[in-house]
Design a protein around this ligand. Structure first.
Ligand code: PGA
Length: 236
């Protein structure tokens, strides 16, 4: 495990963007595993900046996202597909058809889980997976108690997650109650992991995840077993 302490959010974002950029420069055909949330926005905007300066080319790169709300169409401004387009894909030269987010509107969600796992396999697996971490230790939508051996599956969101996300929806009752997420097993199969965390409120959970006992009650604690984990955090 490599742990990099950043000075502030901008520094954390730049360092994370550097890791992603190195991956794409060294292996232009990389499959990037991407994440939503407030934490990665700075890294995405740094990558956009470097792309605009001509330093990175995403034309051969592919991406798979961790999760999506069930019931939201990709055109819904709260969907994770929309988030990725607006915060990253629309501003770089990745081909849209090479960007994948689980389909939250699939008629058969079980079949969608299977399709997503097969898709990741068919791309040759994930080269570098970017991860945020929730206050309860969740990664993707894998909440405390999630089985470590799961691949893509459907989850009922915890009350705390619904509350945390209500700020984006205007009110709690508008937050979808279910999501589709890559499982811990899918995440652990990525060849490299990059976990980012920002803010004093993330200190406790990051310490538990990285240095505490490995337990499904802290889903991110399993990352201690990954052979190639980089963590960039800033607790200021
Ligand atoms: P945040 O979310 O980046 O908005 O803090 C992280 C997460 O819940 O995975």
């Amino acid at each position: 495990m490599r742990i990099i302490e950043a000075k502030d959010y901008a520094d954390m974002s730049r360092k994370a963007a550097n890791v992603i950029s190195a991956q794409v420069i060294l292996e232009p055909r990389s499959v990037l595993g991407l994440a939503t949330g407030s934490t990665p926005i700075g890294a995405y905007s740094q990558l956009i900046d470097w792309y605009k300066k001509g330093d990175i080319d995403f034309s051969l790169t592919k991406s798979v996202n961790l999760d999506e709300y069930i019931g939201l169409d990709g055109s819904d401004d709260q969907s994770y597909r929309y988030f990725m387009n607006r915060n990253f894909f629309d501003s770089i030269n990745i081909k849209k058809e090479n960007t994948f987010v689980p389909n939250g509107k699939a008629a058969d969600m079980e079949a969608e889980c299977k399709r997503y796992d097969e898709l990741i396999d068919s791309l040759g697996g994930i080269d570098l997976q970017l991860l945020g971490i929730g206050h309860d230790g969740h990664i993707g939508f894998n909440e405390p108690g999630a089985a470590f051996e799961k691949t893509t599956h459907i989850v009922e969101l915890e009350e705390a997650t619904i509350k945390a996300n209500a700020r984006f929806f205007g009110s709690e009752d508008k937050v979808p109650k279910k999501a589709i997420t890559m499982g811990i097993k899918s995440i652990m199969q990525a060849r490299k992991l990059l976990l980012i965390a920002n803010g004093p409120d993330k200190r406790d959970i990051v310490e538990k995840a990285l240095h505490g006992p490995v337990t499904p009650m802290v889903p991110a604690s399993i990352l201690q077993f990954h052979p190639n984990l980089t963590v960039v955090y800033c607790f200021n």
